[in-house]
Design a protein around this ligand. Structure first.
Ligand code: ADP
Length: 497
């Protein structure tokens, strides 16, 4: 009887493998970084072979650490950096070019043209996305236009496109499966999230042949098994979802209105909207959450904030106000409040809900008495204010009231931040016992499909709170602080020319 689920978490900077037991606890983990390639300003690439090699090695390492064989693993689940695009040869499995990473801006010009045509409305309607180089569709178009012979070969059916989930699935099965799950498909800008099929309108406009596309499958089902040569025996492949959707699943946000926020470099908040794809009127993305086997597709609203934990790195590395991220907490606590100071970390513009590429960072409200502690505190507070901005947009779009916010990611180790977050939202903030929610989410997807876990109820019961932060701030104080933030944001907008 196999006792473990293996989660493969293929991220932007590293590949990780985490082994979970039946109680949803981490048994072992391994991680390897791989190179980031910057061939031109604004371009970001990965070598798909480096992605594959590191992912395979960490998977093998984690089994070796625990002296396990393929027979000990009930199933594998995959979760991945989203939108990153690979095109490979069907005959050999060889990529025709490096992977174009989600951060890559090379197709911004094409996106500007689509917007100028008014095609952005069609894109939002069909795919739920804003028209941006972030998503895969224009990256595929770029590859077909720029790699010699690619378009003809694609039309002849010789090439395969996939996001990282598809590419790993292809490699893990020795080329037997060319599939992607609904959550990853919903980030390609080629998928009709309402009809649940590839959008012919999008394919036609971006001139992408149907023959290149993977088959779209649920996020949880037995897809097949690994090539026995890889792990000394075949292992069922049974779960697949994009990283933020997997984290939402790992946080057991199974009911409409439940939301999680991940505080890493940036912040990604997703709110479950159930079977309804809620069209955003407040600049959020409408996205597919997951689909379990034959059950109905579940949707989410998503808000992305570009700079969150990264503002703490900036305090440490550029301003040198602190020597470690953790030091921000006692320093912030040493001041009774931010003394009227606001830091707006719009270093790369502002994401949701403002989407202002021309905003730039600013510090306002400085007086003769403002010190290091005030600035550090204001920087931490900016993470919480930005989260409230996204949450306000979600409330407005969904009409759902948030009962609690579930949090994860590196910056959630900061108790000051989470208490201030609860205060500024007026909503309790819950930090779970297992904060590796991305890997846990795909482990759950794979474990549900194989009967390792019996139901959503069973895994929802495993989700345990380590600490809850209850709002303590009086409402008038919360309102006046937040009003100050909104004024500070106005000062940051439309700054760069
Ligand atoms: P990512 O997955 O985006 O690399 P992580 O989830 O690993 O991010 O979180 C790392 C981020 O969290 C960094 O930006 C770091 O500055 C921030 N961080 C880590 N510890 C703390 C802390 N105690 N207080 C505030 N921010 C922190």
């Amino acid at each position: 009887m196999p006792n473990y689920i293996l989660a493969l978490d293929q991220g932007t900077t590293s590949s990780r493998a985490i082994l979970f037991d039946r109680a949803g606890r981490i048994t072992a983990a391994a991680q390897q970084e791989f190179p980031q390639l910057y061939p031109q300003p604004g371009w970001v690439e990965h070598d798909p072979e480096a992605i594959w090699q590191t992912q395979l090695e960490v998977a093998r390492a984690v089994l070796a650490k625990q002296n396990l064989t393929a027979a000990d693993i009930a199933a594998i689940g995959i979760t991945n950096q989203r939108e990153t695009t690979v095109v490979w040869e069907r005959a050999t499995g060889r990529p025709i070019f490096n992977a174009i990473v989600w951060q890559d801006r090379r197709t911004a010009g094409l996106c500007d043209r689509l917007k100028a045509e008014g095609f952005d409305k069609t894109i939002r309607e069909k795919t739920g996305l804003v028209t941006d180089a972030y998503f895969s569709g224009t990256k595929v178009a770029w590859l077909l236009d720029n790699v010699p012979g690619a378009r003809e070969r694609a039309e002849r059916g010789e090439l395969a496109f996939g996001t990282i989930d598809s590419f790993l699935m292809w490699r893990l099965t020795g080329g037997r499966l060319h599939i992607t799950d609904v959550s990853n498909a919903s980030r390609t800008m080629l998928y009709d999230i309402h009809k649940n099929w590839w959008s012919t309108t999008m394919l036609k406009r971006l001139n992408i042949p149907q023959a290149i596309l993977p088959q779209v499958v649920p996020s949880s089902m037995i897809y097949g098994e690994t090539d026995p040569a890889l792990f000394g025996g075949a292992i069922p492949l049974a779960g697949m979802a994009g990283d933020q959707q997997a984290a939402t699943f790992g946080q057991a946000c199974y009911m409409p209105g439940l939301a999680k926020n991940t505080y890493g470099t940036g912040c990604f908040m997703l709110m479950n909207t159930g079977g309804e794809a809620v069209e955003s009127k407040n600049n959020l993305l409408t996205t597919i959450g997951w689909k379990l086997g034959e059950s109905a597709t579940q949707y989410a609203l998503e808000g992305s904030v570009f700079i969150a934990g990264a503002v703490v790195q900036w305090l440490r590395d550029e301003l040198k106000l602190i020597t470690s991220a953790a030091e921000s907490e006692p320093l912030a606590r040493s001041a009774a409040d931010a003394g009227g100071v606001y830091v707006v970390p719009a270093f790369v513009g502002l994401g949701a809900p403002y989407w202002d590429s021309y905003a730039r960072g600013t510090i306002v409200g400085l007086t003769r008495g403002s010190g290091r502690a005030h600035i550090v505190r204001a920087a931490l507070e900016s993470i919480a204010y930005q989260t409230r901005d996204v949450l306000e947009a979600m409330r407005a779009d969904s009409g759902l009231t948030l009962q609690t916010l579930r949090v994860d990611g590196g910056a959630t180790g900061n108790d000051f931040l989470l208490q201030f977050q609860a205060d500024i939202l007026g909503v309790p903030v819950q930090r779970p016992a297992v904060t590796e929610t991305t890997a846990l989410g795909t482990a759950y997807l794979a474990g549900l499909a194989t009967g390792f876990w019996s139901s959503l109820d069973e895994i929802a019961r495993q989700w345990a709170i380590e600490k809850t932060f209850e709002p303590q701030m009086p409402a008038d104080r919360r309102d006046s602080l937040y009003a100050g933030w909104k004024r500070a944001v106005e000062r940051a907008k439309a700054w760069a020319e």
